[in-house]
Ligand binder design. Sequence first.
Ligand code: GUN
Ligand code: ZN
Length: 442
Amino acid sequence: MTTKSHPHAIRSAALTFIADPFLVGSADAFHYESDALIVMENGKIKSFGSYDQLKSTLADDVVITTYKDSLVLPGFIDTHIHYPQTQIMGAFGKQLIDWLNNYTFIAEQQFSNFDYAKKVAEFFLDECLKAGTTTVMTYCTVHPESVDAFFESATDRKMRVIAGKVLMDRNAPPALLDKSAQTGYDQSLALINKWHDKGRLSYAITPRFAPTSTHEQLESTGALWKKVPGTYMQTHVSENIGEIAWVKELFPDHKDYLDVYDYYGLLGKRAVYGHAVHLNEREWQRMYETGSSVAHCPTSNEFLGSGLFNFETAKKKERPVKVGLATDIGAGTSFSQLQSMNESYKIAQLGGFALSSIHAFYLATKGAAEALGLEDKIGSIKPGMEADLIVLDLKSTSLIDFRMGHCKNIEEALFIQMIMGDDRATKAVYVAGSIAFEKIHS
Ligand code: GUN
Ligand code: ZN
């Protein structure tokens, strides 16, 4: 990693979001500058506007880096991912529960070893940066070592991340189970005290999903989340039809899947629910009332045959639920949020909804930041925001270059990028105002 001296500036086309396109329509949701200047200082954005207007305000010693055929965007945010599952991406042939038993629960046992976890965490974060993703909310494994390894690696890269130790005390191999609800609670609390709110790190209390926790564990999880305000809560809900039937068997007295989490006090602001593919109207209403968020994981939902997420239901005008985009690696098939957008578009099409490029990029930037309650820090290009940026190469392949020659406007340019682009489109990435990734020969 190289570091630029401060203050410094980028000159390029740039785009950011100013509102939720699902609520105000695409045309009023973004701000585009065809020739922008973004000035960064002390890790934050100092000013953003047209080059012509801002150039006279610059001190003589400000270094300007110019990017041609590029578009600067807020760094992508991935609201649901499992770093220990990097090694099982592309595992053939199973749906959720068999996939967990046959691949996931085997791989995750390796993360009791700190050195092993550290190697994977470093590789994982470098892949994120290469894809233009500057913030992730990740699951670790049940082992505290896996959390230490992840937060250490993120600290080295100055990244804003959210992570936590998985809590499980039943229905998984013995090596992956908390000894008791109490030890899971104690280990989580110790990790919170060690890492939460240290620099750019936040802790997420992480019950894997209802079937792998007993009543006692879910109860102590709710108590822990209540005890430490400002922490996150992440889990899975209504991803797969077989999973939903299993939850009904294990928790027969509850109205539905979400009601289980509701009962244990696990809904609210900073609660992030992965998938939400098959929620009923009552569950959506509870998501909205409690300010809980959804992480939409398109490549994973297709890969595991889970189902089609419904945007129109999730974002109903009278009760819009906060939704962020996510890869859900290792069930997800690409680190690139451009590829998540691509598959999200196709899922929406199959449900009769045309997801615009403005919708899609919003879901991976400002929308994701709102889903995480971080919209005052990341996800937009605005003075005072943390300077996490991706410089997108608009001509990253010969085919995209050719296609861009027939492009009419910025919305179409974004659409071409999200349908045809991947991590080859990452020209540069800035994290807290410093270069964190730079494509060679760009
Ligand atoms: N549900 C519970 N655990 C998992 C997981 O690791 N991946 C996915 N996709 N769904 C889950
Ligand atoms: Zn997941």
